[in-house]
Write a protein that binds this ligand. Sequence first.
Ligand code: HEC
Ligand code: HEC
Length: 347
Amino acid sequence: MRELKILAVLIVFTLITYIGIEPFAHSQMSPHTAAANFNYDQEDTDLAKVRIEEAKAALAKAEDKLAKKTDDENLAKAVESARQELEVRENDLNAYQELWMQANAIAALEGNAENGAELFAACTACHGLSSQGFESPFDAAMASESYGVAVPDLSLAGTVYDKKFLAALIINPTQALKVSKKFNDENPLPMTPFFGFGEDVNQETADIIAYLRSVAPQNVSGKEAFETACLRCHDARYDALYSPTEKSALKGYMGSNPPDLSIMIRSRLADYLESFINDPQKKLDGTAMPRVGLTKERTEQVISYLEEVGDSKKDERTAVGIGMIIFFAILAFFAYMWKEGVWRELH
Ligand code: HEC
Ligand code: HEC
């Protein structure tokens, strides 16, 4: 009986560690953020409001400190920078509200793909569309040198990116990609906004999107989605995929080196990846990674692809794990019987 009690105590403590402490530590070290939201319009305005509240709280705290020590110059400076931060956040909310009002209006229009094919000349100045025979005017080395990043081919853009996101991206790439902290009038993003060819710019944008959607295949693999949306910045070495962008140029452009994503699935797990890809700034405020704008389906495909690349043995491991538990249970039973037998003879 004593053995069984010891076993029970062991099991209880293991379960407490496994179910109680580990998830608790996890929740503390990686605080929960709201789930991914693929309604980018709502996502952006909601997040901007959260950031405003945070900035207000930070300002109030800084003012409190200053009130207690009015002659401290550093505290006065802290109040000033908290005030500036709040202003930046408020401007951001205005910019998103304005952007999404227009992007929603564009998405509601019926696009004309034929007309879009002509208007697409505005994009082939930089982008290739290889499925339609347009090679990119820049090779990767040239694009790295002039832009800091390879310009993506748009053959799959119509199915990989969310339709409303594309509208926002075309009229205001800096804001749609959430990189306005780094890129502005003095230091413009290499992708220029589309101002139209003189007719209604909203209708023209809707036409370009209709064209991109009409040339994109219905089905693409997770790997293809990854190649379109991530490969210009990230490698996946375990699958022999290497970014065409020159590493040093990319570092200069992004301000930090995008990590190889081969085994990211193991350190970050699927949930984290989903919300990070959905909106990097929500997960990691100030991160250098732009928002990518994938649809929900394509995001899930990219994550499955990263799972295949980085954790291809997952199913096997689970199966072996269950086998091992059964094996040890049987072994424990026989060990116990054996011990009982030996002791019975001795007594
Ligand atoms: C002056 C060059 C230039 C023009 C013109 C241009 N782009 Fe881009 N585009 C870029 C560059 C460079 C990037 C990569 C930017 C980055 O990764 O930071 C990009 C990125 C993109 C992306 C990927 C965005 C994402 O979410 O990852 C799409 C889609 C796109 N462009 C569509 C278009 C369309 C449609 C047009 C025409 C209306 C267009 N671009 C015009 C240079 C350009
Ligand atoms: C225009 C370049 C660019 C594109 C496109 C891009 N990323 Fe990134 N990504 C970065 C940079 C830069 C970082 C490093 C961020 C930092 O250091 O703050 C990063 C970091 C990451 C991280 C690590 C996050 C962490 O917690 O450390 C993941 C995961 C990731 N990217 C996934 C993706 C996926 C998946 C795609 C395609 C859907 C993608 N990225 C597209 C530039 C990019």
